[in-house]
Design a protein around this ligand. Structure first.
Ligand code: TRH
Length: 424
């Protein structure tokens, strides 16, 4: 029978270890933030404005916020983020105040952007202007860019795609039709010749520290899930959009001989969990069991805390763009729910990512992974047992792939390098 249990309050000992875990798991972002605070001072620092229009969900601001903190923290830039949706932003950055037009968080200035005309109370054009995902810059700002004694480096940061054409279009210039300005297309990607994907410098060390510390992992389980780390179960994190395949998968986990512990950050898939367990909701703190499946609802964490969920799990279900990238750095087998686009335009992107990721896998493992990813994205029925059989090979590949991907270079570093060559 399904059951619900409120999230437990940590005891004093738990609270102490919890503090230790938080220090380990959030090392990556904290280091960046500290460096950003120190770096905010020098007036000679490169000034950078990032414009972000939130289309939906958390990926647009998730990518921009990660990039902003890296440029500030690792490159010493003075960064300002213009964002039109503070509510979405606050979900992954709880320190953000919803009622402030301008505020500084972790060494980054955040402006509440009222598109399309607003560009801050005083119009200051930065040295580097990043237009995220082709959001349109305020015309008044573009006019001021053209007036600037030295034209800023103007970058259109595109969405991530693993398709081959991306390398050909990366860093292509596009002259403005009316002003003496040039916009450069910056394409994230998974292969050589692209802009790469975001990766903070301390990320691998933070993951290694978490993996090497049973205390840190135990403290994470107690503080995040409200119970001890399970022994002998497959732990799966599930971050996904609404998905017709989830019912079948939950049934397979329920019937699986091997226990499955499912960790579900509250969000768009939560309704399906509630229906499966016959509960009114499946929010943070919920717990339910059926057969071999034991599921826990988790609170949506601050962005730096999400990585620990990926590190604590054996298999990660991720979606969109930023969590897809984090799963790759977590070096665990993962399943991608790609952002669905009109006319199935996302399907070639899914296959392009598979082509990179699965390149060195055996024919059987590659086929099992591709079948599962396709089923999770609308084509066919997911077969958990088939995927599970290949998990040891997928685990090895995940670790190798993280190394291969790192060769492309971190996106923030690649972008900073490019901008500096233009500013010389
Ligand atoms: O939320 P997403 O689906 O975001 C997007 C948007 O839909 C966007 O319009 C689309 O174009 C893009 O995907 C491709 O998935 P994504 O990209 O993984 O973003 C989620 C962010 O939320 C990511 O930065 C991780 C963060 N996160 C937390 O901070 N805490 C959490 O608990 C969880 C689960 C995620």
């Amino acid at each position: 029978m399904p059951s619900t249990a409120p999230s437990t309050q940590p005891s004093a000992t738990q609270a102490a270890t919890q503090a230790a875990t938080q220090a380990a798991t959030q090392a990556a972002t904290q280091a960046a933030t500290q460096a950003a605070t120190q770096a905010a001072a020098p007036p000679s620092a490169i000034a950078c404005d990032i414009f972000c229009a939130v289309i939906d969900n958390f990926g647009d601001i998730g990518v921009c916020w990660r990039l902003a903190r890296q440029l500030a923290g690792e490159h010493g830039w003075q960064v300002r983020v213009f964002v039109d949706d503070l509510h979405a932003f606050q979900k992954l950055c709880p320190a953000l105040a919803l009622d402030r037009a301008r505020q500084t968080v972790g060494g980054v200035v955040v402006e509440h952007w009222h598109t399309p005309a607003h560009a801050g109370d005083t119009l200051e054009v930065a040295d580097v202007v990043i237009e995220a995902f082709a959001c349109e810059l305020p015309p008044v700002y573009v006019a001021a860019m053209a007036q600037r004694e030295r034209a800023p480096v103007w970058i259109n940061l595109e969405y991530l795609s693993a398709e081959d054409w991306v390398a050909d279009f990366h860093l292509r210039p596009s002259p403005h039709p009316r002003y003496p300005l040039v916009k450069t297309f910056f394409f994230p990607g998974l292969g050589p010749g692209t802009g790469g994907v975001l990766k903070e410098k301390p990320l691998d060390a933070a993951r290694a520290a978490f993996e090497a510390s049973p205390e840190a992992r135990e403290a994470w389980w107690l503080s995040t899930v409200g119970r001890a780390q399970p022994a002998g179960a497959t732990v799966i994190s599930l971050f996904a959009y609404e998905n017709p395949a989830v019912g079948s998968l939950l049934e397979q986990w329920r019937d699986s001989a091997e226990p499955v512990v499912l960790l579900v950050p509250e969000g768009r898939i939560s309704g399906a969990l509630a229906r499966f367990f016959g509960l009114p909701a499946f929010a943070a703190g919920a717990h339910a069991e059926r057969g071999g499946l034991s599921a826990h609802g988790l609170a949506f964490t601050e962005q730096g805390g999400y990585d620990a969920l990926l590190w604590a799990s054996d298999v990660n279900f991720v979606r969109g763009e930023d969590s897809f990238v984090r799963a790759q750095w977590a070096a665990r087998p993962f399943v991608w729910h790609i952002y669905p686009q009109a006319d199935d335009a996302h399907l070639p992107k899914l296959d392009a990512a598979l082509a990179h990721y699965a390149r060195t896998l055996s024919v059987d493992t590659r086929a099992a992974l591709a079948r599962f990813w396709h089923a999770w994205n609308g084509a066919g029925e997911p077969d958990w047992a088939a995927l599970r059989r290949h998990c040891p090979a997928l685990q090895r590949r995940a670790a190798d792939w993280a190394g291969e991907l790192a060769q492309v270079g971190d996106l923030a570093g690649n972008l900073a390098e490019f901008a500096k060559t233009q500013l010389k």
